[in-house]
Structure formats: C-alpha cells, structure tokens
Design a protein around this ligand. Structure first.
Ligand code: FUB
Length: 307
C-alpha cells in the first residue's frame, strides 16, 4: 500500500488543542467521509470528485486508513461504478460495516435505466476489492441516496438513507436483503429542526449510530448551503428529537457530509469542504476535527478547518 497519501495530522498533548493538517487527503479531491474502526486502525471510505468537474462527476470510491490519526495509508479504489453492471453514474456517499468477517459497502448510484438506487457490495478485507453482492439494486426509488448502516447491540442491522425524505429499513442477518418493509421517518420540526422557510431542516447525508443508550442521527441540513445538525432518540427507529447544529455552514463547498467515530479514546468528526486549491462544491476534500461530547451526550459546536 502507498504510504502517507495524506497530509500529516499533528495531535497536541493537550486534548483541547488539536493541530490538524487538513484536508487529510491532499492527492485528489475526496468527499462524503465514512469512518469505521476495524482492529487497531480507523478506515475512512470516501467519494471522489474528478478533477475539473463543473457538476458532480463521481465514478469511484476511495479508502484510507491510519493507526494513529497522523500517518494515513492510501488503499486506492476499493469499489467503482464498474463493480455494478446495472449502474451508470453518481458514485455518491456510501458506508462500510463489518459482520462475521465480511465487509459490506452500501452505496447510492444511478441505474442504467435511470433511478436512484442503493447497491451493496461485499469483500473479505476492509480495503476490498468489493464485488456486487446482488447483481441488482437492494432498493430503488426517488431520492434513495446516502445510505448509513449500523448494527445494534442485539445484532439487528439498520439502513437509513434519503434526500429529502429520511427513510429506513431493517436488514436480515445476511446484510444483503431487507427485513420487513421500508419506512418513512416523521420529519416534523420537533424531530429534525426548522430552518428558514423549510418544514424540516433535514436534507441528506444521515449518519446513524448508538452511544450508550442514545441513538444519534447526524445529517446535512438547511438546504443550500448545508450545515450539519443532529437529532437523538432512545430507540433505533425514533421518534427523533432535534438537538441543534454541530457544524455551521462554512467553506467553499455548498454541501457538507459527516461521519463520526471513537478511536483509541478520542472522538473524531469527519466532514468535507472545498479547502484544497481549486476547491469548490464539485472539488471537495475530507477533513477531520477531534472533539469531546458534552457530559450530557450533546455535541459541542465544531468549526471546520478551511485554510
Ligand atoms: O457527493 C455527492 C452528494 O453530495 C452526496 O451524496 C451528498 O451527501 C452530498 O455530499
């Protein structure tokens, strides 16, 4: 594997003082980070904006890992549109989860015949290569993008996704079939906030996980430009309660997209912006900030690095 694809990130001894050489990948434009801890490393799966694009031009996904949040290994391209014979474009925001020694990668794409679709690919190693697990979409409908996956303590896996309608299903233990029916989430203001003239601030990019007995739904919010907000629930399927803004709108990308992970006793918030030279809403870069949860489990406000 290539060594140090990304800029070095220096973590200071004092937890409050973090000096990050963001963006963490400085060799190409990366988007939509999905971090996951596997063994003693954190892997970050990303999208990839092609150079020189004036609209979304995204054909493959990328994988990076680190054992210390300082030195990053570039694992290259674990998955691309070519993995799915039935897909033609829009390799957007995906996420990987491990189950029983296999790695499942859920991604949104546009099918050859048109239509937002979620595909699932499987590999024996986190960095792939991944193979299409089904030979067809797991599910398909208007706005079916940005899947986030989480396996609860009782072994039940959940998949959430959607723009502008947050939607979810349970997965069977095989991780490649849907258990029961697909459900739409209630998105009133008490659940997902109110922003300007929008009925709900929820837009896209959900990131679903559990911490203690609290379930978190982080998401891109507020339309264009986006900020990151969150809601919590005592149940994996809601009802959700709006908890506020985590990362305000900033930077040169009109989208943002987050992923959160705890790694070696620290909490990290991954996101994207347009901070590399030439950066824009279609030339984005993944960055990370260390943070501490407040004692009640709420998030602090996190400021992005946009230098
Ligand atoms: O990267 C393409 C799309 O932009 C993602 O699916 C959204 O979350 C937004 O980041």
């Amino acid at each position: 594997a290539g060594l140090l694809a990304a800029g070095a990130m220096l973590l200071a001894a004092m937890p409050a003082e973090v000096y990050a050489d963001n963006p963490i990948v400085q060799t190409l434009y990366t988007t939509d980070p999905a971090p996951v801890v596997i063994g003693d490393r954190v892997y970050v799966f990303t999208g990839h904006d092609e150079d020189g694009a004036s609209y979304y031009d995204m054909r493959d996904w990328r994988c990076y890992s680190s054992g210390d949040m300082v030195n990053w290994t570039d694992h290259g391209c674990p998955l691309s549109l070519k993995t799915f014979s039935w897909a033609k474009s829009d390799a957007w925001a995906g996420q990987v989860v491990e189950r029983n020694g296999k790695y499942y990668y859920y991604v949104p794409v546009i099918a050859n015949q048109g239509g937002n679709s979620i595909g699932v690919a499987v590999a024996d190693k986190p960095e792939g290569p991944y193979k299409d697990a089904l030979g067809h979409p797991l599910c398909q409908d208007y706005g079916y993008i940005d899947p986030t996956v989480f396996i609860d303590n009782d072994g039940q896996a959940y998949l959430y996704w959607g723009n502008p309608q947050l939607t979810y299903c349970k997965l069977n233990d095989d991780m490649i079939s849907i258990k029961g029916s697909i459900q739409k989430v209630n998105q009133d203001a008490a659940s997902f906030g109110y922003y300007k003239d929008r009925a709900s601030s929820y837009e896209e990019g959900p990131w679903f996980y559990r911490r203690g007995n609290l379930y978190y739904m982080l998401y891109s919010a507020g339309g264009i430009p986006e900020h990151i907000a969150y809601s919590t629930s005592s149940s994996p399927t809601g009802p959700w309660k709006y908890r506020g803004v985590i990362m305000p709108t900033e930077g040169r990308s009109f989208t943002n997209h987050c992923g959160v992970v705890d790694f070696k006793g620290h909490s990290y918030f991954f996101y994207h912006n347009g901070a590399l030279p030439g950066g824009s809403g279609f030339a984005r870069s993944v960055a990370v900030e260390e943070f501490c949860y407040n004692p009640d489990g709420s998030f602090p406000t996190i400021k992005m690095t946009d230098n």
